[in-house]
Design a protein around this ligand. Structure first.
Ligand code: ADP
Length: 486
C-alpha cells in the first residue's frame, strides 16, 4: 500500500469534537483504503471511548441553546448546509468514490440524495406541529407539544457514506437535537467532509460531532452507556443492531434501527418484461449490489422465466466493471476482501447445489476487490442466497407458479425491509402489495428511495422511519400538557 496524492479542500485527517478538528488522546492511527486500487487514502486517529465521551459532553452542553433557537434559524442553517453540498457535489462525490468505490456518477447521485434530506428537514423544521385535544370536562384544556429527545448518537455503515449521515443528522438537528456521529471505519472521509460544510453553514460548535475510529464496539458502548445520550440511531447489520438494542436496554434509551434486508423481487407473467429487466438492473446492481434494499431473491413466474433470464443476462454481461473514476463504469469494486469472499461463497454454494451461471460468477483478478456481475438460474430455497443477504452483484433467479406460492416464499424470512414486484393486473397489484410483509414495496419499479418517503423495515429489519414527515418523529418526544381549574 502507498499513499496517493488525492486532494480536496474537504479532506480532514482528524475527528471533529465541539467545533475543533482533533485527534483527542488517540495515539494510534488507522488507514482508509481505496477499494478499487488498495491504495491508502488517509491515516486517521483511532479514537475510542474517551473521545466519544468528550463529544457527548460537548453535544450535551450545546443542546439547550440549539433547541432554543427559533426553528426558522435552524432551518436557515440546514438550508445553507444543503446548498453547500449541492455546490460542491463533484468534490464530495470524488471523496466518496475514492473511499467507497461506487462509480462517480452514482457517488454524485448519492451526494444530491443526501443533500435532499438536508433540504427536506430544513423545511420540516418549521412544521413540528403539536395538537389540541377537546377535553372531556369544561374546566380543563389539553394539548400536545413536541420536543427534541436531546443528544443523539448515530452509527452508520460504509455503503452510503454521505446519505446515511444526512438522513439521521438532518432531522435530528432540524428539531433541536445535537449529534455525536460515528461513521464506518471504511468510509469516514465523507462524514468529515460533511462536517466541514456543516461548520461553514453555521452549525454551532458541539451540535454535530464526528468520532473516527476502528473500534466500533468501544465507541458504541460509550454511546449506549452514557446517560447524556438519549437516543441511538443505527444503520447496519441486524447482528450489531441487536447488540445496540441490548446495550440501550439498561437506560431504556430510544433506538431507531435500519437493519439488514433480504428483498424479494417478483416478476409475474403479465409484467412489462422490459420494465422488469430495467428494475432488476437498478435494484440489484446499483452500488455493486451493496445496499440493504437491493433485490436479493428474484422470483420469476414460469411463463416468463426463460425470457426474463435471457434478457437480464444479456444486459448484465454488457455492464462495464472497473474503477469508479473510469468513464462509463457501472459496477465498482466490493468494499473489501470480506465482502468479496461472501459473494464468492454464495455463488459457489448455489452452483454446488445445482444452480447454473448464465453470466459472471467469478472474482476478477487484480488489486481491487471486483466480482463480475452475475445471473444464476435454477436457484432453489435450500441455497444460501435464499436466506442471507449476498450484498454483491449476483441475481439468483427462482421459478414460481402461483401467486400464493410466491407470497409465501417472499415472506419466509425474518427480514422485512424492501420488496419489489412487477405485474399488470390491478387486482393482483393490490393483493400482492398488501400481502408482502415489508416496510417498503416497489410496484413496477426498482427504485423507491426518496427523501419524501418513509424508509424503514418491519420484523428484524428495524424500528423507526427515515425521511418524510415521519422521519422527524424519531427525534421527538411527545409532551402532554393539561391545564386545570379553568
Ligand atoms: P457492515 O456489515 O455494513 O459493516 P456493521 O453492522 O458491522 O455492518 O457496521 C455498521 C456500523 O456499525 C459501522 O460503523 C461499524 O463500525 C459499527 N459497529 C460494528 N460493530 C459495532 C458494535 N458492536 N457496536 C457499535 N457499533 C458497531
Amino acid at each position: 500500500t502507498k499513499h496517493v496524492s488525492f486532494s480536496s479542500r474537504f479532506l480532514r485527517d482528524t475527528g471533529y469534537i465541539d467545533g475543533v478538528w482533533t485527534a483527542g488522546d488517540a495515539t494510534r492511527t488507522f488507514d482508509v483504503l481505496n477499494p478499487a486500487t488498495g491504495e491508502v487514502l488517509a491515516s486517521l486517529p483511532d479514537m475510542g471511548a474517551a473521545e466519544t465521551r468528550d463529544a457527548i459532553t460537548a453535544a450535551h452542553v450545546a443542546q439547550p441553546a440549539w433547541a432554543a433557537r427559533p426553528a426558522k434559524e435552524r432551518a436557515a442553517i440546514l438550508r445553507k448546509w444543503h446548498e453547500l453540498m449541492v455546490a460542491n457535489a463533484d468534490e464530495l462525490a470524488a471523496i466518496l468514490t475514492a473511499e467507497m468505490g461506487k462509480p462517480f456518477a452514482e457517488a454524485r447521485g448519492e451526494i444530491l440524495y443526501a443533500a435532499a434530506y438536508v433540504e427536506w428537514y430544513a423545511e420540516e423544521a418549521k412544521r413540528i406541529y403539536g395538537e389540541t385535544i377537546p377535553a372531556p370536562s369544561n374546566d380543563k384544556r389539553m394539548m400536545v407539544i413536541k420536543q427534541p429527545v436531546g443528544v443523539v448518537g448515530t452509527i452508520t455503515p460504509w455503503n452510503f457514506p454521505a446519505a446515511m449521515i444526512a438522513r439521521k443528522v438532518a432531522p435530528a438537528l432540524a428539531v433541536g437535537c445535537t449529534v455525536v456521529s460515528k461513521p464506518a471505519e471504511q468510509t469516514p472521509l465523507s462524514a468529515l467532509a460533511l462536517a466541514v460544510l456543516a461548520e461553514q453553514a453555521g452549525v454551532p460548535a458541539g451540535v454535530f460531532n464526528v468520532i473516527v475510529g476502528e473500534d466500533g464496539p468501544a465507541i458504541g458502548k460509550e454511546l449506549c452507556g452514557n446517560d447524556k445520550v438519549r437516543k441511538i440511531s443505527f444503520t447496519g447489520s441486524t447482528e450489531v443492531g441487536r447488540i445496540l438494542m441490548r446495550q440501550c436496554a439498561d437506560q431504556i434509551k430510544k433506538v431507531s434501527l435500519e437493519l439488514g434486508g433480504n428483498a424479494p423481487f417478483i416478476v409475474f407473467d403479465d409484467a412489462d418484461l422490459d420494465a422488469a429487466v430495467e428494475g432488476a438492473l437498478a435494484s440489484k446492481y446499483r452500488n455493486a449490489g451493496q445496499t440493504c434494499v437491493c433485490a436479493n431473491r428474484l422470483y420469476v413466474q414460469s411463463g416468463v422465466y426463460d425470457a426474463f433470464a435471457a434478457r437480464l443476462a444479456a444486459k448484465v454481461a454488457a455492464m462495464p466493471v472497473g474503477d469508479g473514476f473510469e468513464a462509463g463504469v457501472m459496477v465498482g469494486p466490493l468494499i473489501d476482501d470480506k465482502g468479496l469472499a461472501k459473494v464468492e461463497s454464495h455463488v459457489e454454494d448455489a452452483v454446488s447445489k445445482g444452480a447454473k451461471v448464465l453470466t459472471g460468477g467469478k472474482r476478477i483478478k487484480g488489486a481491487g476487490t471486483f466480482f463480475s456481475p452475475t445471473v444464476l438460474t435454477g436457484v432453489t430455497s435450500g441455497m444460501q442466497v435464499a436466506r442471507e443477504e449476498t450484498f454483491g452483484p449476483v441475481a439468483p433467479l427462482f421459478r414460481f407458479d402461483t401467486v400464493e406460492d410466491v407470497i409465501a416464499q417472499a415472506n419466509d424470512t425474518e427480514f422485512g425491509l424492501a420488496a419489489y414486484f412487477f405485474a399488470g393486473d390491478l387486482k393482483k397489484v393490490w393483493r400482492v402489495a398488501e400481502a408482502l410483509e415489508y416496510g417498503m414495496v416497489g410496484i413496477n419499479t426498482g427504485l423507491i428511495s426518496s427523501e419524501a418517503a418513509p424508509f424503514g423495515g418491519i420484523k428484524q429489519s428495524g424500528l423507526g422511519r427515515e425521511g418524510s414527515r415521519h422521519g422527524a418523529d424519531d427525534y421527538l418526544e411527545i409532551k402532554y400538557l393539561c391545564i386545570g381549574n379553568l
